[in-house]
Design a protein around this ligand. Structure first.
Ligand code: ATP
Ligand code: MG
Ligand code: MG
Length: 539
């Protein structure tokens, strides 16, 4: 039974009926350093942290599950440490499966000596077919001496050795496929990022995990429900080797629509240049969502709210971003930006002859955030779309100024315009007449505007779309066939003079355009770069 109190990250209370907690609780988060952490990993990390540190007075280890030299890198390892730190997850120790390579090697040998494992060289395809059809390998009943000889060759990484691998001898007739003689050790000639070329053979995850858990003193191994079937094998290995028992407890993976979390696929979009890197704002990595404008407390709250449920669900991104909006709305300073391509220049009659600058709060409901300069003058610019929507003599509202009446529209003389209907023609200039006694509550259009009598700051605004077009990618779908061809929309704009002072990572709102995270501040005359932050409404 799972009970949870809704609410803040520290207010949650989950009960999942873990056995033997009175004897102490030690959990672990075991990422493979083969990529950057994604939001799914954070669920695993936060749950392990929650049960070890918040629910019980226990410990949690960060264990690098580094058993496959082909995929692992120091860069990934370092990023994992930093990302956990960022999420305020403090492991009591950092350990490495690779520190146990000798132990694992010895345990594998012991299994062979006990007659509980054997060397095999059945080709991949055939192995798979035999496992499906529950057919025993031709080598299953080879002598212990034969298997040990092959094991020795594997250890040396000899040409002969690399053709062999070791399988646990469990039960080829089991209804549970994971019990049908799983592979526990195989050769890999590539150097390992920590142990170099000391080892030519490496344990599989299935073999290493129970042994290292038991050896390290882990009491409860929390894993995602894909491992349900693997629990039987996990327990069999510990029992066969007469090692200390560890409890398994499984929880649901977290997955999102139009998103892939497989590290193989994430690596591919990085390596092929489909995205700018692991921290690209379109990536579901911790760094990616942060760069898109997700805040740490919102990320913690969102994931902890999911709780340790076992039901697999496909999350949509709306509530993810809606959680974030609660945090950014009260603190995001408000500024103004006008699209610069096709901007409309206006002459405002009735405006002050000489430009006037006023100090205004950057946030109408949060005076603590400080002030900004607003310039009022006769020459202002507007967004083309706004100007096009105006009727002749319509009374409109210039936001934070007052009402004005639309007097005269001038259109571009570009000959191509002749082909367009009246409401599609580009407006180049507009005459407005201030009507400050007009009621701002009675106008249908409230528009943003900027005085040209200030240093307008060039701004490049980005909006992003999902990397794939399918809600849920199936195993058989190729990544290429699902990739969204256009995932980035770029708009050039001009922003008010205050925007020159924004720093990287600042989160702001451009009136009527949405929330943005500043990715690159204004410097050396180059445009400010801002990424739109979803708020859970449309996307
Ligand atoms: P790969 O994409 O290579 O299969 P992985 O998801 O297995 O990677 P690991 O580094 O092995 O990545 O994962 C570390 C831990 O995070 C594991 O305990 C795993 O169960 C958990 N985890 C991974 N993905 C998710 C997810 N989407 N939701 C919840 N937990 C996850
Ligand atoms: Mg894994
Ligand atoms: Mg996986």
């Amino acid at each position: 039974p799972i009970r949870s109190k809704e609410g803040a990250s520290d207010g949650s209370n989950f009960e999942i009926g873990l056995p033997d907690t009175e004897k102490g609780v030690v959990t672990r988060f075991p990422p493979e350093p083969s990529g950057y952490l994604h939001v799914g990993h954070m669920k695993a990390a936060l749950l392990n942290d929650y049960f070890a540190h918040k629910k019980y007075n226990g410990k949690m280890f960060l264990r690098f599950d580094d058993t496959n030299p082909t995929k692992e890198k120091q860069e990934y390892q370092d990023s994992i440490v930093k990302d956990l730190e960022l999420m305020a997850i403090k492991p009591d120790a950092v350990t490495y499966t690779s520190d146990y390579f000798q132990l694992l090697h010895d345990k594998c040998k012991e299994m062979i000596q006990l007659g509980l494992a054997y060397a095999d060289n059945t080709p991949q395809e055939q192995l798979r077919a035999e496992r499906m059809e529950r057919i025993e390998s031709a080598h299953r009943n080879d002598s212990i001496e034969d298997s040990l000889a092959h094991f020795k060759e594997m250890e040396l990484g000899s040409e002969e050795g690399t053709k062999w691998y070791i399988r646990a001898k469990i039960d080829m007739s089991s209804v549970n496929g994971r019990m049908r003689d799983p592979v526990i050790y195989r050769c890999n000639p590539e150097p390992h990022h920590r142990t170099g070329s000391t080892w030519k053979m490496y344990p599989t995850y299935d073999f290493a995990c129970p042994i290292v858990d038991s050896e390290e003193g882990i009491t409860h191994a929390l894993r995602t429900t894909e491992y349900n079937d693997a629990n039987e094998q996990y327990q069999w290995i510990l029992k066969s080797l007469n090692m200390r028992k560890v409890h398994n407890w499984n929880f649901a993976r977290m997955d999102f629509i139009k998103t892939f979390l497989s590290k193989r696929k994430l690596t591919k979009v990085v390596d092929t240049g489909k995205v700018w890197g692991w921290d690209d704002p379109r990536m579901p990595t911790v760094r990616g969502v942060r760069r898109r404008g997700m805040t740490v407390p919102a990320l913690q709250e969102y994931i902890i709210k999911q709780g340790p449920s076992k039901n697999i669900t496909l999350q949509d991104w709306n509530s993810f971003w809606a959680t974030n909006k609660k945090y950014i709305d009260p603190t995001a300073a408000r500024y103004t930006a006008v699209e610069s391509t096709n901007k409309v220049v206006c002459n405002v009659t009735g405006a002050p002859e000489a430009p006037r600058t006023e100090e205004k709060d950057v946030h109408a409901k949060n005076a603590e955030l400080g002030k900004k300069k607003v310039v009022f003058s006769k020459r202002i610019i507007l967004d083309q779309a706004d100007a096009q929507s105006f009727e002749d003599n319509e009374e409109i509202t210039l936001m934070n100024w007052g009402n004005a009446i639309v007097k005269k529209k001038s259109y571009s003389l570009n000959p191509l315009q002749l082909l367009k209907s009246a409401d599609q023609k580009t407006i180049t200039e507009l005459e407005l007449e201030l009507h400050l006694q007009g009621d701002v509550k009675k106008t249908a259009k409230k528009v943003t505007w900027l005085s040209e009598d200030q240093e307008l700051i060039p701004l490049t605004m980005y909006e992003f779309d999902y990397l794939i077009t399918k809600d849920k990618m199936e195993e058989e779908d190729s990544l290429e066939s699902c990739l969204n061809p256009v995932t980035e929309i770029k708009t050039e704009a001009l922003a008010d003079c205050n925007v020159a002072g924004l720093k990287e990572n600042d989160i702001v709102q451009f009136d009527r355009k949405g929330f943005y995270r500043i990715d690159k501040p204004f410097q050396h005359g180059q445009s400010v770069v801002a990424f739109q932050i979803p708020t859970g409404k449309n996307k």
